[in-house]
Write a protein that binds this ligand. Sequence first.
Ligand SMILES: Cc1ncc(C[n+]2csc(CCOP(=O)(O)OP(=O)(O)O)c2C)c(N)n1
Ligand SMILES: CC(=O)[C@@H](O)[C@H](O)COP(=O)(O)O
Ligand SMILES: [Mg+2]
Length: 643
Amino acid sequence: MQVPAGDFLKRINNPSDLKEFKEDELEQVCNELRQYIIDVVSVNGGHFAASLGTVELSVALQYVLNTPYDQLVWDVGHQAYGHKILTGRRENFHTNRIYQGISGFPKRSESVFDTFGVGHSSTSISAALGMAVASQYKGETDRQHVAVIGDGAMTAGMAFEALNHAGIENSNLLVILNDNNMSIDPNVGALKEYLTDITTSKPYNRFRDDIATVLSKISSMGPDAFKIAKKIEKSIKGTLLKRSNFFEALKFRYFGPVDGHDVKHLVKLLRDLRDIPGPKLLHCITVKGKGYALAEKDQTKWHAPGLFDKITGEIKKTKYDKPQPPKYQDVFGHTIIELAEANPKIMGITPAMPSGCSLNLMMKAMPNRAFDVGIAEQHAVTFSAGLATQGLVPFCNIYSSFMQRAYDQVIHDVALQKLNVVLCLDRAGFAGADGATHHGAYDLAYMRCIPNMTVSAPMNEEELRNLMYTAQLDNMGPFVIRYPRGNGVMVDWQRPMKAIPIGKGRKVSDGEEVAILSIGAIGNEVVKATEQLHTEGYFPAHYDLRFVKPLDEALLHEVFTKFNHIVTVEDGCLEGGMGSAVLEFMADNNYKAQVTRLGIPDKVIEHGDQPELWAECGFDAAGIATSVKKYAIKRDNTHIIAS
Ligand SMILES: Cc1ncc(C[n+]2csc(CCOP(=O)(O)OP(=O)(O)O)c2C)c(N)n1
Ligand SMILES: CC(=O)[C@@H](O)[C@H](O)COP(=O)(O)O
Ligand SMILES: [Mg+2]
């Protein structure tokens, strides 16, 4: 839904329009920008609180920098709505994250002002450093390179790797640390505590301010005095501050902490910093949700609240007249507690997604057995491996696409050592509005090729529980359970758990001529398709493989013996996924059949609702039915096959 912009904001179609405003008018620009974000996100959805916190930074940066020549990289990008609106996308902003609309994250193909595609966190310093070193190499000494990174994103190993490198490159890089003391959930870790300390430490700040005052007095006494002042500053920083400031120790010049909501001061600082060579870090203190009281108060809830009434703050929930199935993440969250109550070996680990994967329930119920380790997928996996060496059974829950970060840890630290780590991959399949960066498209393929792995996907809540139960039994080795974002299909899901034989699939419904093989929750689209096909007089069989590793060979022998036409359905990439495994089985066993593979094709699928994306790829119920009808013979409607 399109909403009107304020009088100032209306005049800004690109950063050069913003530069026409007087400095005194920038506060009003910020107010209108903030209001516009509230107006649009309340009716269209999307990330919310983070962009409210970066309004002043977005305005100040575009006001001072000469973008796109100067290069600005936003980390993660969920906080870059202000940037999008100021850089030519105000009119389109109402299509944000909607199917075929603009992306919720900066994206190079969308705008020249989006210097780097983001979505996953903690890449900005590396990317901006790469740009800065390239400029240096090309002799573009006047070019600015800025990475804006949150305190949450700063907890990742990648950010530390980049700081470590940047400190010894004398390139023109400014890192802006947007410190709001929050990740999606409250930020965690020693670095967070350090940042709070230097923000609140009175002695540190007084000492730093006193030095600044004295030096500026000396500097104002003339050019020689200025040189002396610089020398003094250097030696003080080289000794006292360096010892006490983490970033200075890494050879960055540290500035701050400063108020990240004082737009005029930010403009002044950014202008000053432009003239200082080498790596610099500006520590800005901001408030996540700034300007929307409810969001400031409950920042986790307002990270991405969905649609809401902007006046009352009521978050809109679809109203149902009967109970609805739970989200898969909540089934995980409740089930791990149930299992952990019975099995003292179970531990829970999440890299910064406690409310996203519902491990927050266990963190509350069993605080000494559940850990949020920060945005640190690699560490989460190896930390789990360490726990497993001591006989514990860690359930390490990582969104499927974020697990891509920890691939070597999965192979090197877990699989090769055959450790009993349960890898729960939430958000498998299409993530929806977050789009290409977040789709869990590759997990079946990238896990299936690793030795010692068990790779499973439940079709419903009961199966998720049973797989979790199975995975924590003794000597299971590395065990993947992947399941999607959103709700399951069973209202009555809290049934007693039982073990599932490893590598055993099941027949969902009998049939003839065509067999549909599915894996995981997308099997429910197959159920819908077969129900529809039955009404039209087609009777395919449906098998749920449940495991892509090990494969249920007995089931596949049955299928290839009985059927000449097979349709495989998965919400994962076609290259190397379940369909590929079935083709390998067919070739290895000299079967001949016509196999149609439905899944995610070899191209980037953008954002949209899950059903829209399933339809785009031809594996929603209608697409599956169409594929089956190519091979099935129509019978009369009386020919009903029992499930
Ligand atoms: C690799 C990776 N892991 C997890 C996430 C999920 N995630 C998105 S934003 C976010 C919190 C980021 O915190 P911060 O950088 O401080 O930004 P803020 O929202 O506080 O502005 C997390 C954990 C992600 N995008 N990428
Ligand atoms: C930006 C980011 O990575 C997260 O905020 C992500 O959008 C969360 O996704 P869910 O809404 O599926 O938890
Ligand atoms: Mg933060």
